[in-house]
Design a protein around this ligand. Structure first.
Ligand SMILES: NC(=O)c1ccc[n+]([C@@H]2O[C@H](COP(=O)([O-])OP(=O)(O)OC[C@H]3O[C@@H](n4cnc5c(N)ncnc54)[C@H](OP(=O)(O)O)[C@@H]3O)[C@@H](O)[C@H]2O)c1
Length: 330
C-alpha cells in the first residue's frame, strides 16, 4: 500500500510542489503511524518553501507544522496510545500528507468529540498566543495590549484568549477585517491609513502594558513608544534571513539595555519544551470543549490540494486559519 504527501522539490513558488507516493510501511520501534485528519497551513510552511528563514531544511521536504489524526498502527514498545486514538503533534515538517510516522512522546491525546479542523489550530496558533499571554507576559484582567497582525491565525487566537482574560485590546488590521476585531471586543486600527502610535498615545496617555508582534522587527521602535514604563514588547515573528536574525538579536540586546524601564522579549516554539506544550494543549482542548474559544476557519481544502491553501494564505486575504483536511471532513 502507498500514501501520498506534498513535497517541496525546490525553493520557490507553488510550482515547487509535487505530490508523491510513499510506501505505507509498518511503524518502527517506539513509533506511531497516524492517518492525518487535519493539518493547518501556516506562514512558516510558506517561508521555508520560498527560502525566507535563516535556517532552512534541505529540499526535498514535506511541509506541515502541526497535525491531528487517528492512530493507525503502533510500533513495538509503544504504550501510551492505541489504534483508534485521536492524537495531535507539533511536527514542524511532514504534516501535509495522508500519513505521518511520529515518536509516541511527541503526541498529545485529543478528546474525540472535538472538530479536528478546529482542534488542530490549537497546536500552533493558539499555543503561541496562550503561552505569550500567560507565561511570557503574565497578563492580568484590565491590562491594555496591542496585537500586531490581529486578523491572522495567531492574531485571532490572541483576540479570543485576550477576551477571555478580560484584556483591553487594540489590534492592527486591514479595514476589510475590522469587524472580526470588533466582534472580539478589540479596538481596530487600520495601520494602512492610521498612525497607531498617535491613536494609542491619545487614548492611553500613560502607555499600555504589552505589545505582541508577529511581524518584522521594524515594529520595535513604534511598539516601544506606546508602552508604559515597566511594559513589555513580545516578539514572535520569524526572521527572514540570517542577516535579519543577527539584526534581531542585536536589537533585542540593545533595546533591553536602554534605561527606559521597557523590555523586549522573544518567543518561539522551537525553544519551548514539549512538556509545557502538552500542559497548555490540555488547557486549550478544555476551553474548546467548553465553548470558550472557537478557532476561526476561513477555508478548508483537501490535504492533497494544499497548493490552494498556500495560495490563499499567501494572498493576505485570510481572516483566521486555513486548514487542510481529509475529504470526509470537508
Ligand atoms: N515564533 C513562533 O513560534 C511562531 C509561531 C507561529 C507563527 N509565528 C509567526 O507569526 C507571524 C504571524 O503568523 P500568522 O499565522 O498569524 O500569519 P497570518 O495568519 O498569515 O496573518 C498575518 C496577518 O498579518 C497582517 N499583516 C501583514 N503584514 C502586516 C504588517 N506589515 N503589519 C501589520 N499586519 C500585517 C495581515 O492581515 P491584515 O490584512 O489585517 O494586515 C495578515 O493576514 C508569522 O511571522 C509567523 O511566522 C511564529
Amino acid at each position: 500500500m502507498t500514501y501520498k504527501s506534498i513535497v517541496v522539490t525546490k525553493r520557490g513558488g507553488l510550482d515547487a510542489l509535487q505530490i508523491i507516493d510513499n510506501e505505507l510501511r509498518d511503524p518502527l520501534v517506539g513509533e506511531v503511524r497516524i492517518r492525518i485528519l487535519a493539518t493547518p497551513v501556516c506562514q512558516d510552511d510558506i517561508a521555508v518553501r520560498v527560502g525566507n528563514r535563516p535556517f532552512l531544511a534541505k529540499v526535498p521536504f514535506v511541509p506541515g507544522y502541526s497535525i491531528l489524526g487517528v492512530v493507525n498502527a503502533i510500533g513495538e514498545g509503544v504504550t501510551n496510545v492505541v489504534t483508534g486514538d485521536f492524537v495531535a503533534a507539533l511536527t514542524n515538517f511532514g504534516g501535509h500528507a495522508e500519513y505521518i510516522f511520529l515518536a509516541e512522546d511527541q503526541l498529545v491525546k485529543v478528546p474525540s468529540n472535538l472538530d479536528p479542523a478546529e482542534a488542530v489550530v490549537l497546536i500552533l496558533n493558539f499555543l503561541v498566543a496562550y503561552q505569550i499571554l500567560h507565561q511570557v507576559a503574565g497578563v492580568k484582567p484590565g491590562d491594555r495590549v496591542l496585537i500586531i497582525g490581529a486578523s491572522g491565525g495567531v492574531g485571532t487566537a490572541f483576540l479570543q484568549l485576550g477576551k477571555l482574560a478580560s484584556l483591553k485590546m487594540y489590534g492592527l488590521a486591514s479595514a476589510s477585517k475590522r469587524s472580526t476585531l470588533t466582534q472580539l471586543d478589540a479596538i481596530p486600527i487600520d495601520y494602512h491609513t492610521q498612525d497607531f502610535v498617535e491613536v494609542i498615545q491619545q487614548s492611553e496617555p500613560d502607555g499600555i502594558d504589552f505589545v505582541f508582534n508577529g511581524m518584522g522587527d521594524d515594529y520595535f521602535e513604534r511598539g516601544l513608544a506606546v508602552l508604559r514604563r515597566g511594559g513589555a514588547f513580545v516578539h514572535y515573528g520569524g526572521p527572514e534571513s540570517f542577516l535579519r536574525f543577527l539584526l534581531l538579536a542585536g536589537k533585542l540586546i540593545l533595546y533591553n539595555l536602554l534605561p527606559n524601564g521597557k523590555s523586549i522579549k522573544g518567543y518561539g516554539t522551537h525553544r519551548g519544551a514539549t512538556s509545557s506544550f502538552k500542559r497548555d494543549w490540555g488547557i486549550l482542548f478544555k476551553l474548546l470543549e467548553d465553548g470558550k474559544i472557537k478557532p476561526i476557519i476561513a477555508e478548508k481544502f483537501p490535504i492533497l490540494e494544499a497548493a490552494k491553501g498556500y495560495a490563499l494564505l499567501e494572498s493576505g486575504q485570510v481572516i483566521g486559519n486555513v486548514v487542510l483536511v481529509t475529504p470526509e471532513l470537508l
